[in-house]
Each structure stands twice: as structure tokens, then as C-alpha cells.
Design a protein around this ligand. Sequence first.
Ligand code: AP5
Length: 212
Amino acid sequence: MNIVLLGPPGAGKGTQAEPVSARLGLRKLATGDVLRTALRDGTEQGKRAKSFMERGDLVPDAVILGILKEAMAEPASAAGVVLDGAVRTVPQADGLAAVMAELGRRVDAVLMFDVPDEELVQRLSSRTVCDVCQTPYSGRAPGTPCDRKDGGKLVRRADDEPEAIRRRLHVYREQTAPVLDWYRKNGARVVAIDAVGPKEDITERVLRELAS
Ligand code: AP5
């Protein structure tokens, strides 16, 4: 099964990608995590992505499609993937469909995480993430050790500053929202998920929808 998680910044895609992929035995692939790791490691890809990410703009489609093409061909993706934030423009949806078709696969479901704007801003303003595994936390101070005991400590993301949050919400509406229509027109199963409430309840909602 190959699942695309869509939704505005702060909607909980990263939070849910982890338990949903674990429960279904699928690989989790988050392009934001791949890019932040490249940035932290100072690779060429990271250097190219840095200014786009810090401003809250999208990284060019060609970079994302390169990441997806490589990752989808890896054995770890054979059983299926949960793609977190990996499809944000119509050309990316188109490109991913071509990559999948070459492998004899397709996107089985698109889950659209729905959260009101005020809550998104509140969530992002109080988020810290582990600088090693990138797990997101709410209301934990920077410098706190990660619960996973992986040696990481919690940091604020550069794009969680107010101006970058505003920019990301704008970019989502302009460039990512049309992807939903693209999937509907191309026959994919698109399911809206009410993503407000306890995190565990939302995981169950997602799993119920996928099972139905
Ligand atoms: P990315 O890292 O994917 O950021 P995003 O899409 O903006 O999403 P976020 O990670 O901010 O939010 P989320 O929905 O994962 O929420 P989370 O679970 O953390 O991308 C970053 C950048 O990389 C992009 O801006 C772009 O530059 C680039 N990029 C990445 N992919 C790209 C692509 N395909 N094309 C082009 N550029 C790309 O939750 C947020 C907070 O809320 C956390 O603190 C969490 O603990 C909390 N929370 C979660 N669920 C709940 C709940 N139910 N109740 C209360 N709090 C909750």
C-alpha cells in the first residue's frame, strides 16, 4: 500500500506518519526530514535547499522528484510507503505517478489532514524537534533530551518563526491545495481526516479509513 499524507504545515503529518507506517508495516518517507538531514550534514543537496526551506518556500520539484525516484526504488520501499509531505505541487504528483508506474505501483490513498489555521499556528509556535531523529514535540523547551534516547536534543526549526509560518501557509494554499483536485481527477481515493483531538485518536481514525 502506498499512502500520501497531505495537509498544511502543523497538521500532524509527521506525528501520524510514524505510528501509521509502523502499524501497517510500511516505510515512512518524509521529504522534509530528508532535506533537513542533508542540510545538517552540509551536503550539496542540503546547501541548495537551505534558503528555500528557511523562507518557507518549496524546494524545486526536480530535487524532490530525485529524492522520490531514488527512495521508491530502494528495497525498504518494496512493501509500500507512507509519504509525509512528499507531494506538494501538481508536477510532483505527476512525476510521482510516473515513478510509481515504472515500478508497477500506484498511490492507493491520499489522506488530507484538516486543522483550522489558528490551531496550526499555535502548534508550530510551540513545536520543538529532535536534532537527530526529527520527532516533533509540543511545548518542550529547546535543549531537552529526546525521549528516544538517541543522543539528540530538542531544537526549534528555522521555519517555525512567525514570518516563515505565514509564508508556508500561503504556499500551501497556492501550490499544494490544487494537488487534491489532481488526485481526484486522476482517480485516487482522497479521504479527509479530522486531525483535531488526541494524537492516538487520530491514528485510529486514519487506520479505520484505510481499512474501510
Ligand atoms: P516539512 O518538514 O514537511 O514541513 P511541513 O509540511 O510544513 O509540515 P510540518 O512538519 O511543519 O508539520 P506536520 O504536518 O508534519 O506536523 P507535525 O506532526 O510536526 O517541510 C519543510 C520544508 O521542506 C518545506 O517548507 C519545504 O521547503 C521543504 N519541502 C519538504 N517537502 C517538500 C516537497 N515535497 N516539495 C517542496 N519542498 C519540500 O505537528 C506539528 C506540531 O503539532 C508538533 O509539535 C506536534 O507535536 C503537534 N501535534 C501533532 N498532532 C497534534 C494533535 N492532534 N493535537 C495537538 N498537537 C498536535
